[in-house]
Design a protein around this ligand. Structure first.
Ligand code: ATP
Length: 345
């Protein structure tokens, strides 16, 4: 493990509730890990603790096997080998791109600087000033400045939030490719669930200072462990029910829903399930009948809200855009089990 946080708790002076409570997670070398969660959940505080810009009240932080923060140990930020890329890039405006990379280096290694600029696709801009570059290019300079120091880990705090939508997608791809090519380890902070799903090897999903769930993007999306995870990452229908006699289904008010992810729950046990909108398919043989109440055309899919007949339940379902679905249509729907999971907490 290149980074290990164990039971980190932190309360800022003058505040009552802790910004972080017993947070533990690990990062392996070469991984891209994302700290995801709503505003105020403690993501930036975690990043600052790893960088050494804050000190935990309790808990231990290990970087490359060395205790950098614990009750009786403290390694200052400059000795941790951590690179940071800030939201506003924090480049020196009066220095050229190459001098920005060289700033603070004990031995300027021009070959390495040019190699790193090559990696981020900016070798031709080495002598320009940051103001002569676009936002996306400035961001790549900030990344290059972190990478040229061969950091143990690069920390990136909402690095794409200042970019417009189309550039953001491009930069996400570029930055993750550069990090992969340089074999660096990276921790991103983001509140954007799509971003986290698309760039991460592992997501640490936070809420109110605690870890709600950690896992691969697929685990987080397909097997949400809490109702918060099910609704924060993607959209979900949450239904109450009991485990069916075959232990592979859940009996609910809208019918029996097939479910492979029951986490060992026994027949008859009360559970909440998360059913993703893509688990539903319009099918004349489908067991759920209802009326389409709302249709939102999204290009690649249609979001439809269906009022299930004879119940007070509404379902959000995705319909293939090829299908002509209209408000007021009476439809039958079947459920595919792949995106159905019992919520554990
Ligand atoms: P955002 O996405 O809005 O940046 P975040 O998830 O990064 O939020 P943090 O900035 O880590 O959250 O803040 C966590 C909690 O700690 C919040 O309640 C915040 O108000 C509080 N907090 C952060 N910094 C300080 C500080 N210097 N002094 C007091 N409280 C702070």
């Amino acid at each position: 493990m290149i980074i290990e946080l164990s039971d980190i708790t932190k309360t800022y002076p003058g505040t009552e509730s802790p910004a972080l409570k017993d947070v533990s997670f690990e990062v392996e070398a070469g991984q891209i890990v994302t700290l995801l969660g709503p505003s105020g959940c403690g993501k930036t505080t975690l990043l600052r603790l790893i960088a050494g810009l804050e000190r935990p009240d309790s808990g231990v932080i290990n970087i490359r096997g060395q205790e950098v923060a614990a009750e009786n140990s403290w390694i200052p930020p400059e000795k941790r080998g951590v690179g940071m890329v800030f939201q506003d890039y924090a480049l020196f405006p009066h220095l050229s791109v190459e001098d920005n990379l060289a700033f603070g280096l004990e031995d300027r290694d021009q070959d390495k600087i040019m190699e790193t600029l090559e990696l981020v696709g900016l070798a031709d801009h080495a002598t320009k000033n940051p103001a002569e570059l676009s936002g996306g290019q400035q961001q790549r300079v900030a990344l290059a400045r972190a990478l040229v120091r061969d950091p143990v880990v690069v920390l990136l705090d909402e690095p794409f939030s200042n970019l417009d939508m189309s550039l953001r997608e491009q930069m996400r791809r570029d930055v993750t490719r550069i990090i992969r090519e340089s074999e660096a380890t990276a921790i991103f902070v983001t509140h954007d669930q799509k971003e986290a799903l698309s760039i991460s090897d592992k997501i640490i999903l936070m809420n109110h200072g605690v870890v709600e769930q950690k896992g691969t993007p697929r685990e987080i999306y397909e097997l949400p462990e809490t109702t918060f995870v099910a609704s924060f990452v993607g959209q979900s229908n949450l239904l109450e029910g009991t485990i069916g006699s075959d232990a592979e289904s859940v009996v609910t008010e809208i019918g029996t829903i097939p479910c492979h992810h029951t986490h060992g729950k026994q027949p008859g046990e009360k559970v909440t399930i998360s059913v993703r909108p893509e688990s539903f398919e319009l099918d004349s043989q489908g067991s759920i009948q209802g009326v389409i109440k709302e249709v939102v055309y999204k290009g690649n899919t249609i979001d439809a809200i269906i009022d299930v007949n004879n119940t007070s339940h509404s379902l959000l379902i995705h319909i293939h855009p090829e299908i002509k679905a209209e408000r007021g249509d009476q439809v039958s729907v079947k459920v595919l089990p792949d995106f159905v999971a019992v919520i554990e907490r």
